[in-house]
Design a protein around this ligand. Structure first.
Ligand code: ZN
Length: 369
C-alpha cells in the first residue's frame, strides 16, 4: 500500500516507533517553534524499558491570553499514543500562531501516560486505566458485577487454563449479547488491581498532573475550550469516530454536533462503537469547565474487539510477574499489543492524519464562531 496524500517521508516525520522517539520529535518541534515560557514538563519517578526518563510534555501555540482554546491530548492509554503524537506533530508542522484564527490558541498535552506508552501498555505505572480513574474517590466505588463474575476467566491463573477460560467468555457473550459482554469486561472495575480496565483506588499521578495543567493554563477562565482526546482500538480500521460523553441533550452534545457534524456518536444512546464507561477523563473537564467545554474522544479503529481483549489479557497476564523486556516471550506479547493499537500501515497512518486534520479544523472553526 502506497501513501496517496502524504509522502512516505512526511509520514515518517510524524510517526514514531516508540515513546522516546515521539517525545524527542515533539520536543524538537516545540523548541524550534514555540515560546519555552509557555511550555511545561511533568516528570515521573519511573523509567521506560531502556531506562529512558518519563515525562508528559505540555506546549502552547498562540496567544497566551487567548479566550478560546483547543486542547489536543494523547496517550491517555499509553500504547495508543502513536496516533495522537503523530497528529500533534502534524498540527505543529502545518499551523503557526499566525495561521490560527484570532483569539484562539492550541494546548498540546503530549503523552499524559508516558509509562504506558514506553512499556506498550494501555494502563499506567500502577496498572490503572486512566480513563476509568476520574471517579469521586470520596464516594463508594462503583461495582461491576459482570467483571466480578468473569474475573477468573479474563485473567486465568495459568496458561493451561487459557482456552477453557476463553470459551467461558464466549459463552457469556452468547448468553448476554455483545454489548453486555463488553460492558462487563471494559466499562471499568475497581476490584482487581492486576485486571483489565482497572480504575484504581485514588487519583493517579497523571490525573493530578492534568488537574494542574487546567489550573496553570487557567482553562476554566477562558470563554470556551474544545478538547480532543485521541485514542485507538475501537471501530472500523482507520476510521476516526468522534465520541461524545456529555450527558444526552446537554450543551456539550449540542456543541459537538454543531462543530463536528452528524458523525458524532453518543455511548449513552448506544450510537457509538464504545459502550458507556465509568470514570472517564471527560468528567474532570465537564466538572471543572461546565458549559464552556466541549470534550470529544477521537477514536481510530484498528481490529476487532475480540482481538483487543485477547492482546490485553495476554499483556496483563504477563505483567503479573516482573518482566524481562528483552526476552522473546515478552517481545511477542508487546509486538501483538503494539500492532493492535498501532497497525502502522501507510493507509492507516494516512487516514489518521486526514481525519485528525478535519476534526482539528472543525474545532478551530467552531471555537471561532
Ligand atoms: Zn483508548
Amino acid at each position: 500500500m502506497h501513501p496517496v496524500l502524504f509522502t512516505p517521508e512526511y509520514l515518517g516525520e510524524c510517526y514514531s516507533c516508540n515513546y522516546l522517539e515521539a517525545k524527542n520529535k515533539f520536543s524538537q518541534q516545540v523548541k524550534h517553534q514555540l515560546d519555552p515560557g509557555l511550555c511545561r514538563e511533568f516528570t515521573y519517578p519511573q523509567t521506560g524499558p531502556e531506562g529512558e526518563a518519563l515525562t508528559s510534555s505540555v506546549a502552547w501555540l498562540g496567544d497566551a491570553e487567548a479566550e478560546h482554546v483547543l486542547v489536543l491530548q494523547s496517550a491517555t492509554h499509553g500504547v495508543e499514543g502513536f496516533a495522537g503524537s503523530a497528529i500533534q506533530l502534524d498540527t505543529l508542522k502545518r499551523l503557526t500562531a499566525e495561521k490560527l484564527p484570532g483569539g484562539i490558541a492550541i494546548l498540546f498535552i503530549h503523552v499524559i501516560n508516558p509509562y504506558g506508552f514506553a512499556w506498550l501498555r494501555r494502563v499506567n505505572e500502577q496498572g490503572i486505566d486512566l480513563n476509568r480513574n476520574f471517579v469521586d474517590f470520596n464516594q463508594p466505588l462503583p461495582a461491576n458485577e459482570g467483571y466480578t463474575q468473569l474475573a477468573d476467566q479474563i485473567l486465568p491463573l495459568s496458561l493451561t487454563g487459557w482456552d477453557r477460560a476463553s470459551q467461558k467468555l464466549s459463552a457469556y457473550r452468547d448468553e448476554y449479547g455483545q454489548s453486555e459482554f463488553e460492558k462487563a469486561v471494559s466499562s471499568g472495575q475497581y476490584e482487581y488491581a492486576d485486571g483489565l480496565f482497572y480504575g484504581g483506588t485514588a487519583p493517579s499521578q497523571s490525573r493530578l498532573n492534568l488537574e494542574k495543567i487546567i489550573d496553570d493554563y487557567e482553562l476554566h477562565n477562558r470563554r470556551s475550550v474544545a478538547v480532543i482526546d485521541i485514542h485507538t482500538g475501537l471501530g472500523p480500521f482507520g476510521y476516526g469516530e468522534v465520541i461524545c460523553d456529555h450527558p444526552p441533550g446537554s450543551a456539550g452534545v449540542k456543541l459537538a454536533r454543531t462543530w463536528f457534524g452528524e458523525s458524532v456518536t453518543e455511548p449513552a444512546l448506544g450510537s457509538s462503537t464504545s459502550v458507556q464507561k465509568l470514570g472517564l477523563i471527560d468528567y474532570l473537564w465537564h466538572r471543572r469547565l461546565g458549559e464552556k467545554v466541549c470534550f470529544v474522544t477521537l477514536e481510530f479503529g484498528t481490529y476487532s474487539v475480540e482481538q483487543m481483549f485477547e492482546v490485553l489479557r495476554r499483556d496483563h497476564f504477563m505483567h503479573r510477574q516482573t518482566i524481562d523486556w528483552g526476552a522473546s516471550e515478552t517481545q511477542q506479547v508487546k509486538q501483538a499489543i503494539r500492532k493492535f493499537f498501532y497497525p502502522a500501515t501507510p493507509d492507516w497512518q494516512e487516514m489518521v492524519l486526514m481525519r485528525g486534520r478535519q476534526c482539528i479544523d472543525q474545532a478551530l472553526q467552531g471555537l471561532n464562531q
